[in-house]
Design a binder for this molecule. Structure first.
Ligand SMILES: CC(C)(COP(=O)(O)OP(=O)(O)OC[C@H]1O[C@@H](n2cnc3c(N)ncnc32)[C@H](O)[C@@H]1OP(=O)(O)O)[C@@H](O)C(=O)NCCC(=O)NCCS
Length: 153
């Protein structure tokens, strides 16, 4: 039985969550420094517009989802799955499905009009994420996300 448990600041789950995210970023070769992962997670846990949850099986955290919300004229409040990761040995048994459904439920409780996810070219090539999210009722938007880096303070 897999339980979905919200991660709260200052609890033991918070350090498990940081460890899962670090492992995710390492396996997927993201160049985000480890201290940024922990700092961003701490900010998300303190922000009422964000939500982090873990999948727990036999007392072990085996998957994680992080969700961010933003306000848009077009959407009102829009949710976004920013991270979704399941430990390799626990894949293909519905864990991600349970995390996505829990994330959608939380977004609904905040009156989000939709929930989105960004599929990177690497995620598409390695995990076929477009097909995966389509199986979970996400439609491709055809939009391109463009970002401009800002220098720090
Ligand atoms: C993508 C990922 C989260 C899927 O986790 P998972 O727990 O194996 O997924 P689930 O078992 O809940 O899959 C649910 C459904 O999607 C299907 N599915 C799972 N992975 C899939 C994939 N890579 N491509 C296509 N379909 C997939 C399953 O067959 C299942 O369908 P079914 O219930 O009809 O059989 C996992 O492979 C992962 O952590 N990958 C690395 C991190 C990553 O890329 N995350 C996404 C970042 S946005």
């Amino acid at each position: 039985v897999t339980k979905i448990v919200r991660v709260e600041a200052g609890r033991a789950e918070a350090s498990e969550a940081a460890a899962l995210l670090k492992r995710f970023f390492q396996e997927e070769d993201y160049d985000t420094p480890f201290n940024r992962i922990a700092e961003s997670l701490a900010m998300m846990l303190d922000d009422p517009g964000c939500w982090v949850a873990q999948a727990v099986r036999d007392g072990e955290a085996i998957g994680i989802v992080t969700v961010t919300t933003m306000l848009y004229v077009e959407w009102g409040r829009l949710g976004e799955i920013s991270d979704l990761y399941v430990l390799p040995n626990n894949r293909r048994s519905g864990v991600a499905r349970a995390l996505i459904e829990a994330a959608a439920g939380w977004c609904q409780s905040l009156n989000c009009s939709a929930i989105s996810v960004v599929v990177t070219p690497e995620g598409e090539a390695k995990h076929g994420l477009g097909k995966f999210y389509a199986q979970h009722k996400f439609d491709p938007s055809g939009r391109t996300i463009m970002t401009r880096k800002l220098s720090g303070p």
